[in-house]
Ligand binder design. Sequence first.
Ligand SMILES: [Zn+2]
Length: 514
Amino acid sequence: MARFAAGLPGYFRSTITADEAAAIVRRGMERRGEAFLELVERAVFGSPASPYRALLAHAGCELGDIKSLVAAEGVEGALERLHRDGVYVTFEEFKGRAPARRGSQTFFFRDRDFDNPWVGAHFSGSSSGSSGRPTRLRVSLAHAAQQAPHWALWFAAHGVLASPLIFWTPFHAGMASRQLLCAKFGQRAVKWFTMASGGSLKDRAHSVLITLMVRRAGRLPAPEPAPLDEPWPVAEYLLRLLDQDTRPAVNTSPSAAVRIALAAQDRSRSLTGVTFLLGAEPLTRARKQTIESSGARAVPCYGFSEGGGVGAQCPAPREDDEVHVFLDAFAVIAHNRPAGDGSAVNAYLLTSLRPAVAKIMLNAEIGDFGFLEARRCGCTWDTLGWTTHLHTIRSFDKLTGEGVTFVGADLFRLLEEVLPRQFGGSVGDYQLLEEQDARGLPRYVIVVSPSVGAVDEAALREVFLEHLRRLRGWSHYALMADMWRQAGILQVRRAQPQATAQGKVFPFRTLAVR
Ligand SMILES: [Zn+2]
């Protein structure tokens, strides 16, 4: 903590311009292969506990083989080859929730086995990303600085480098990291609205302390409560900025942006001139349309808590949520795997090429799938070499409503044991559906089979939220439960739980796996 505090003034003193950001990316692109090999050499072969080292040994693959592969087929070619030889980790294996079986061998990995042994963590933060174990997420000034060039180019491409920047996010220590990375290219937020803060007293105290240190050092605004179900003060603030002839940028989740857009439309006010910089939740067609019908622009990025930003949208997308991958920092290939409902999905396998990441990723799933294509876009990012695009990105094992993520498997016990014990019925009688309404607002529905008989729906919702609050003892889940309660997005529906094509009733079904 002391080291973090000592590093802050220097961090805020040195900033980068958009041109410098582009130069950093170009350099990163030039030495991609080297960066990959350095990471493999240091964090995999140089780290006896690395799960990848065990998988590579099983594949009979030495460092020299990987060097030859990269030289002959490039980074992605090498990764494809390693994947075919069993060198990858599924989302479940990456989280330490399932053993990895390759051929006749079985490996037992824990999620901390994937920690980057070389990164100096300054503080830990609860995160709103896709982390499976957010309380252990490590954030560092180096990681923030490393991500800053990408965000600088994202802001520059959409003309918001000098716009008043507003955050509307949950309150947690991880947000300090986002504020730090924006400050690196001179973007200091003018306002930070917080929709919820949750977790234990200890976690909250920790968040308050981290936030205070960053705020003081960077002269950043104090968090201001603005509950999720009261978006008008946020919209009103944006309208005031528009009246002053500025073009504000808002960093929030897509569904929160939908709420702001609806609040403005309810009062017949236009948000033309506002740019929503969105993340942490899929930008669906319905969400994009609702946001843009207010006059505002909706521009998504894509990332996850352990690795940071993976990609962002340029001004010329073909698909609603399409992003260019930051290829200087990541390599992405895809592989076919079963989703929760038995269907097959094209899951992303990510490899991080940067030294300051919390988790070492070598063909690692992060629970998302979608389209992956190489194409020339014609925008300025093409000239940087960012020619890989992802779109229609969804999660197969994570619920992401309101931009707070949790792993669906953590709900199995609640839906299969806790609810049947308290309200009757058995396994297969309860199911959680992730839905969105026509405007794109998220909705969670606990489906209860009619065979269960009379059920006190209010009590059921309460038991569900209380269980969620205490789940795994993670402050992250407590925060999410608070947000669900605040937004009133949990409903009970009496119907037969939906079975898959294979006739199996899966305890939860995400927006995508339907
Ligand atoms: Zn483009």
